[in-house]
Design a protein around this ligand. Sequence first.
Ligand SMILES: Cc1ncc(C[n+]2csc(CCOP(=O)(O)OP(=O)(O)O)c2C)c(N)n1
Ligand SMILES: [Mg+2]
Length: 294
Amino acid sequence: MTQRSASPASAGCTTAEPSPHRQEAVAAFAHRMRHHIIDMGESQGQGYVGQALGVSDLLAAVYGDQLRYRPEDPHWPQRDRFLLSIGHYAIAQYAALAEAGMIDTAELATYATDDSRLPMSSMASYTPGVEISGGSLGHGLPVAVGMALGLQHQGNDARVYDFLSDGELNEGATWEAAMGAAHHGLGNLIALVDLNALQADGPTASVLSADPLVDKWEAFGWHALRIDGNDVPALLRGLEALRGFTDDRPRVLLCDTTIGKGVHLLENRERAHFMRVDGHEWQIAREQLDGSAR
Ligand SMILES: Cc1ncc(C[n+]2csc(CCOP(=O)(O)OP(=O)(O)O)c2C)c(N)n1
Ligand SMILES: [Mg+2]
């Protein structure tokens, strides 16, 4: 498997080591996100909890350190766009939006209930800060390409971040969009891929492997870095490195993540795509999460 780290040298541009203060701020953001995810998961007794815990570090680095937005003005034209291609990861995005001040933390208690603004699969018309409706996998990157192209035509320097999954790398539309992004010189587009090695039908490696991933994205005309997606300093270095390129190639950060990260009980659990968690386990999950942060 091709593995390249997001060190400044391998990235081909200079990025300063993220300060301890930035690292701690992102780690604390991720920890609070994980608590929200456990609370929302408990309210339903099941759900896409494992993926969400796995990508909390990534979303904390993006929302807590990288994205340009105004919480009080979700449609601010200069905002960076964050597109959740994987609608079933909505629980993770809601946790991030709450920490980003886009939605009230108290509203998280309504997650996936009737008439809630926080449905189990994300809907752009329901939730402030949700740019596209998810659910039909493989559509996020094509939409992101259109948005990035539109912003360029408008002379708007905002970036478009598209967050997709390893399962979506099995969708032909993803690769058509990847070609289109390079063809149109969309240096304002950053794709983030959650490589949790799992899909609904089983391990990605047995369903349909897309390796070697770095080579494949580079062959499609992108800058590509692969990192440990649960390593906060590596995430910050990687995101900074991708922003630091001055040419017009689109960029992708390939993030290997651990399902259930931070909660030992939920790491390596069977049937992790849609996790069932017993009533008594949620409190254990909280205690393990707080223990893992010490
Ligand atoms: C076009 C399309 N095909 C199939 C599905 C059904 N589906 C929902 S989630 C999922 C798994 C996709 O892989 P991934 O996002 O990597 O799964 P996870 O890591 O969350 O287990 C599938 C096939 C869908 N939502 N859209
Ligand atoms: Mg997956």
